[in-house]
Design a protein around this ligand. Structure first.
Ligand code: NAP
Length: 415
């Protein structure tokens, strides 16, 4: 495809997929969206770490051909008024498959509610993947933050995030209220706002399947389905049922339910089996605080996953270093989970850890595992040596506070 403003690097080749498997050339084209607010500070620092790590591991035999694509405020400068998410950005992501992004401002007013939600829906990025684990030295409110080491798979396209909502008093809301009250003999109050919570077997099962595949590939002991099915039986409750069903139908030889473990195996998990269990969402918040070591992979509907991933990130030190990815069958966008923190824009102050650790996930996705490991251990070493940005420095004794760029340089030294 010919692009108007996107410059495809002539030195690189596209990442492709065949039979669901990723093929990464030695000079893959990887897209980036710089992000708004502090995005430029964070991206510059992160890119320096990525390039240094790739150079260190492959000594010039492999390198990333970075390609800038646009969304958010920078896109308005390049494409003009109201072009928050240009069509060619979407086309490029479909063609080149793997992207990493900084945070984006949510436009106030106008047609697009959130660029992140739009990207997820347009590209059907059905799994939001967020690993949450502790890095020694990060200030945390917990006594034993190191006991939490989970990866959360959140359904990304359905549930109340589907965006089907009608304002109180609108003709649509009134129509729906009349219909439901008359047809189904319900009693919704007049002047209620109405939101629809669609959850399908297709959407739930493919998400749970992805979580189980991850558990198998990474030798995890359990996958927990987190739902509020005691109250919302035919959405959240069905999520649980569909989750157990896909586990039994597609991974019957590798999984076992928690019920079976207790009924047939005296509570001892048979060798080589992954336990599929479920927890009610509210109890799951307690479980992560009180018994974190009992959980490894979580599969959740959209809203539960949103709440739970932020709460879990807080246990290990907050959003400043929480990475994430939005993944479909052949497209993956890795992203900072925090916002644009606009008051720090251009000040070389903010913590780039979230984008750097999203890069760790990205290189793993590309099969460049040595690069991932090298970056992760370097960031770990840097934090453990108490060389940190302001957000950690203010909570640590004896820390050396450095700026965004200097933090990245310290990581590079530790590669
Ligand atoms: P925010 O940008 O995440 O910032 C809130 C506060 O969190 C900051 O003031 C700062 O706290 C702390 N923080 C965030 N990122 C940090 C980092 N990298 N290092 C250190 N501290 C960090 O949230 P917001 O102010 O609510 O949102 C601003 C804009 O971002 C909005 O337009 C929102 O829609 C958008 N947003 C985008 C995404 C995304 O693109 N994924 C996600 C969320 C929000 P202190 O001031 O206390 O140090």
């Amino acid at each position: 495809m010919v692009y108007k403003h996107i410059k495809v690097p002539s030195s690189g080749s596209p990442i492709t997929f065949s039979n669901g498997k990723i093929n990464v050339p030695d000079k893959p084209i990887v897209m980036f969206i710089e992000g708004d607010g502090t995005g430029a500070d964070i991206w510059g620092a992160s890119k320096a770490v990525f390039d240094a790590a790739v150079q260190k591991i492959y000594g010039g035999n492999k390198e990333v051909a970075w390609m800038e694509i646009y969304a958010g405020e920078k896109s308005l400068d390049v494409y003009g008024e109201n072009q928050w998410l240009p069509d060619e950005t979407i086309e490029a992501i479909k063609e080149f498959k793997v992207a990493i992004k900084g945070p984006l401002t949510t436009p106030v007013g106008g047609g697009i509610r959130s660029l992140n939600v739009s990207l997820r829906q347009i590209l059907d990025l059905y799994a939001c993947v967020r690993p949450v684990k502790y890095y020694t030295g990060v200030p945390s409110p917990m006594k034993h933050p190191e006991l939490l080491d989970i990866i959360l798979f959140r359904e990304n396209t359905e549930d109340v995030y589907a965006g089907i909502e009608f304002k109180d008093g609108s003709p649509e809301a009134e129509d729906l209220i009349n219909y439901i009250n008359t047809k189904f003999k319900k009693n919704i109050r007049p002047n209620s706002g109405i939101g629809i919570k669609p959850m399908s077997e297709f959407g739930s099962a493919r998400l749970v399947k992805k979580a189980i595949e991850y558990a198998i590939a990474n030798n995890k002991k359990s996958v927990t389905l987190v739902h509020k099915g005691n109250i919302m039986k035919f959405t959240e409750g069905s999520f649980k049922e569909w989750g157990y069903k896909v586990a039994a139908q597609e991974f019957g030889d590798k999984t076992i339910t928690e019920d079976e473990v207790f009924k047939n195996h005296n509570g001892i998990v048979p060798e080589g089996k992954i336990v599929i269990k479920d927890r009610i969402a509210d109890s799951m918040f307690q479980q992560l605080l009180l018994r974190p070591a009992e959980y490894e992979v979580l599969a959740t509907p959209n809203l539960n996953g949103d709440y739970l991933s932020d709460a879990a990130a807080a246990q290990v030190g907050g959003l400043g270093i929480a990475p994430g990815a939005n993944i479909s069958y052949e497209v993956a966008i890795f992203e900072a989970t925090h916002g644009t923190a606009p008051k720090y824009a251009g000040l070389n102050k903010i913590n780039p850890g979230s984008v750097i650790l999203s890069g760790v996930m990205m290189f793993e996705f590309m099969g460049w595992n040595d690069v991932s490991k090298s970056i992760e251990s370097a960031i770990q070493k840097t934090i453990a040596s108490k060389t940190v940005t302001y957000d950690f420095a203010r909570l640590m004794d004896g820390a050396t506070e450095v700026g965004t760029r200097e933090f990245a340089q310290a990581i590079i030294k530790n590669l």
